[in-house]
Design a protein around this ligand. Structure first.
Ligand SMILES: [Fe+2]
Length: 378
C-alpha cells in the first residue's frame, strides 16, 4: 500500500481503504478501481491523499467498480473502440482530450469554490476574476465545436453535481448561447460571469437540504426559493457589472409571471437573466438525478416545446433549441421502443421529431409517430 497525494492519482489505481471526508462522510469503498470520474469525485470532496494498493494486490477489485478501460494509452484507443463497439458516451470519455478537459474543469471548480469563499467573507471586494475567466476561456477553446463542449459537459455531469459545477456548466452553456446570439465580446464575458455567480446564494443553504433526495417540506421549499435573493445580497456590493447581479436575482423568473422570487414578466426581466434561465434549466435537465437518468438533448427539447415555450423569451429559446437540435444532425440515436436510427433531417417546426433512417433503410418522419421518442444519442 502507498499513500499518494491527489495529484498523483491515475485511472486504474485501486483504493486500499474506505475513503472518508474530514467530516466522516464516506466517499468511496476500499478496493475501487479509480476512473477519471471517480478521481473527479475525490476532488469534489477535497480529498488530499489516498491509500492505494500496490499493483500486485489490486486483483481483487470490486467487479462493480471496474469500468470500461479508459484510454490512457493513446495508441490503444482505435483497437479498444473496435473491439468494444463503445457507446457515444464511451467514445467521448475514452478520448484523451476528455481526460485533459476533466482536469482543467476540476481546477476551475476549485477556483470557483475559493472565489465564493473569498466573496462571502469580503462582501465589498475587490474581486479578481481574471484568472478564473482565463481558465474558462482555455476550457472553451479546448473544445473544437459547441457540440463537443456540450458532449463533454454531459459526460462530466455524472461526476459532480455541486453548486460549483452547476455554476460552471451554466456559465459555459450561456456563453455558447451568447455566441449563437451574436453577443459582443464584452457581453459574452459578462454572461460568463453571470453564469459563474448566479447560484452563489445556494452556499447559504445547508447541504443536507440542497442534496435531499426526498420531497422538500414547505419550509425547505420556501428557503430554496429564496436563493436568488441570497445570491443578490452576496453580490450587490461587489464592484461588478449590474447585469451579473440582476441575472442572479432574476434567473428563476419566467416570462409568463410564473417564476420567483418576484413573479416578473418578460419585459421586466433582464436579457442576461433570460439567457441564464435557459442555460440553468438545460443543465438541470441534462444532469442525473436520484429519481431519473440524465435526459438526452432531444428529450429536453421535447419538454421545452411541449410546455416551456411561453416561459422563456422567444428570441433566446428558439435559437437555443434550434442550434442544439441541429448539432445532432446525422447522429445515431436510440428510440424509446428500442430501435436505433440515424437523424437525417431536423424538422425546424418540431425540433424533437426529426426525419430518421432506421437500420433497415426505411426513412421515418417522427411527426407521424407521436408514440416514438429519442431517448439517447448513441
Ligand atoms: Fe438558481
Amino acid at each position: 500500500m502507498k499513500n499518494l497525494s491527489f495529484n498523483e492519482l491515475q485511472p486504474g489505481m485501486v483504493t486500499a481503504e474506505i475513503i472518508y471526508t474530514k467530516r466522516g462522510q464516506k466517499v468511496m469503498e476500499a478496493n475501487t478501481a479509480l476512473t477519471p470520474e471517480l478521481i473527479s469525485r475525490l476532488s469534489h470532496y477535497k480529498i488530499e491523499t489516498v491509500n492505494i494498493k500496490d499493483s500486485a494486490n489490486a486483483d481483487d477489485v470490486k467487479k462493480s467498480s471496474r469500468l470500461p478501460s479508459v484510454a490512457i494509452d493513446k495508441a490503444a484507443i482505435p483497437e479498444l473502440s473496435r473491439a468494444a463497439n463503445p457507446s457515444y458516451a464511451q467514445r467521448i470519455k475514452s478520448n484523451p482530450a476528455f481526460m485533459e478537459y476533466q482536469i482543467a474543469y476540476n481546477k476551475i471548480i476549485n477556483q470557483i469554490r475559493e472565489l465564493f469563499d473569498f466573496i462571502t467573507e469580503n462582501s465589498k471586494g475587490p474581486v479578481d476574476v481574471r484568472q478564473l475567466l482565463d481558465s474558462c476561456y482555455n476550457l472553451i477553446s479546448s473544445c473544437k465545436t459547441s457540440v463537443d463542449m456540450f458532449d463533454k459537459l454531459h459526460n462530466m455531469r455524472l461526476n459532480d453535481d455541486s453548486i460549483y459545477s452547476h455554476c460552471l456548466n451554466v456559465a459555459l452553456i450561456a456563453h455558447t448561447m451568447g455566441k449563437w446570439l451574436h453577443f459582443s465580446n464584452d457581453d459574452l464575458e459578462t454572461l460568463l460571469l453571470s453564469g459563474l455567480f448566479h447560484d452563489i446564494g445556494k452556499t447559504s443553504i445547508p447541504e443536507e437540504i440542497l442534496n435531499k433526495s426526498s420531497k422538500y417540506t414547505e419550509e425547505e421549499f420556501q428557503l430554496i426559493q429564496q436563493h436568488p435573493l441570497f445570491s443578490y445580497k452576496i453580490l450587490k456590493s461587489l464592484p461588478i457589472n449590474d447585469k451579473i447581479k440582476k441575472a442572479s436575482l432574476q434567473h428563476h423568473e419566467r416570462c409568463d409571471g410564473s417564476g420567483y422570487p418576484q413573479g416578473l414578466t418578460t419585459d421586466e426581466i433582464d436579457d442576461f437573466a433570460h439567457v441564464i434561465a435557459i442555460a440553468d434549466v438545460y443543465d438541470a435537465m441534462t444532469a442525473a438525478r436520484s429519481y431519473r437518468s440524465p435526459l438526452c438533448p432531444f428529450q429536453v427539447i421535447n419538454i421545452f416545446e411541449k410546455d416551456g415555450l411561453q416561459q422563456y423569451h422567444p428570441k433566446f429559446i428558439l435559437t437555443f433549441l434550434k442550434r442544439i437540435a441541429n448539432s445532432y444532425q446525422n447522429n445515431r440515436v436510440l428510440l424509446n421502443n428500442g430501435w436505433c436510427a440515424n437523424i437525417v433531417m431536423i424538422n425546424s417546426n418540431h425540433l424533437a421529431r426529426p426525419m430518421i433512417q432506421l437500420d433497415n433503410g426505411a426513412v421515418l418522419d417522427m411527426l407521424t409517430k407521436p408514440e416514438l421518442e429519442i431517448i439517447k444519442i448513441i
